[in-house]
Design a protein around this ligand. Sequence first.
Ligand code: NAD
Ligand code: DAU
Length: 360
Amino acid sequence: MSRTLLVTGGAGFIGSAWVLSRLAAGDRIINLDLLTYSGNPENLAEAAGNPAHVFVKGDIGDEGLVKALLETHRPDAVVNFAAETHVDRSILDPDRFVRTNVLGTSVLLRTVRDWWLTLPEERRAAFRFLHISTDEVYGSLGPSDAPFTESTPLRPNSPYAASKAAADHFVRAWHETYGLPVLITRCSNNYGPRQFPEKLIPLMILSALEGKPLPVYGTGGNIRDWLHVEDHCEALALVLERGQPGGTWNIGGGSGRTNMEAVGAVCSLLDELRPRADGRSYLEQIRHVEDRAGHDFRYATDFSRITRELGWRPRRRFEEGLAETVRWYLGHPQWVRRVVTGEYRAWLELNYAGRADAAP
Ligand code: NAD
Ligand code: DAU
């Protein structure tokens, strides 16, 4: 059945993958995105000219705009991806994360609730507010701790994770207090096409190709659980369709890798697909640099609930998905050229230039 979805943050990495997948499934999308540094209209090039996609540049915290969009388009669901998303940026500028991730989400929730209350009963019951959260809200695991479950207490460590945890509490409160039919998902690290190259995998691909150092924080022994962005979108589609309102679902890849393993895999793929002119390996470009402040050691996600209830599990193996991702970046030099702007170079300078070398 075709639905109308108000999607926020739909020009970013995961949001654009979701928009493209939902358009392919026949849904109509109202895409509200502020186009911050990580929002990119080129991510939506495949949707150009599609009358089922309406793009609106704007802020989730702009009550008047959100109200007008709700009244005009009468969506069946709101899917909230919009956020500030990079941990390192949150360390340098936490207030921005509070503004968008906490205050913005709160304004969005309030505006949606006011409109939702005006709907006829049947439409009110069928409406959903899907909030995209992260496994980082649970904090950090030791090497042999059991993976996070949905009932693991929230112990966020970075300003980013704290802002996402705060938003999760607001979303849950809107269900408990006002009965808004909310759904929360908490996913592990995503990778795939169109990810802004401040995050580990695209940063390493592009830096390697430019002959630059590959900056691994600390020893590189920290562990992340990688999931392909399209697997994430498939999980979100099931939660939106069949998830019980008020529920939370973990989404994970079952692909825990140390950062050195992940960076090593990128280097090996590039050695094969785009060998260095001097015949040496990209591995030689790895540099251990000063660690991230408060660096979470390990994330691992128990996603048995979504498997049990909704039949979802990841379909793509990390090494295969990574090879496809590396090929995507190699095959889209124009996308890369337009993203690697002066602003991006300034970020690299700010975050990396002053970092001392660290012992591996
Ligand atoms: P991204 O940084 O690529 O995209 C964020 C998008 O939100 C951008 O298009 C940006 O322009 C938009 N945006 C920012 N502030 C806005 C505002 N005030 N109003 C409207 N739009 C705004 O991020 P992503 O990696 O695609 O992450 C999307 C969501 O998924 C986030 O909520 C993030 O916390 C969550 N998440 C990400 C990952 C991951 O590994 N990338 C994993 C789990 C959860
Ligand atoms: O777990 C889900 C989260 O994954 C999402 O909620 C976040 O939005 C997303 O950014 C991601 O957070 P991480 O901090 O894990 O991702 P990032 O790509 O920044 O870093 C991955 C790991 O690599 C982490 O241990 C830090 C390390 N790293 C990162 C960068 C950018 C480096 O060693 N060097 C780097 O230059």
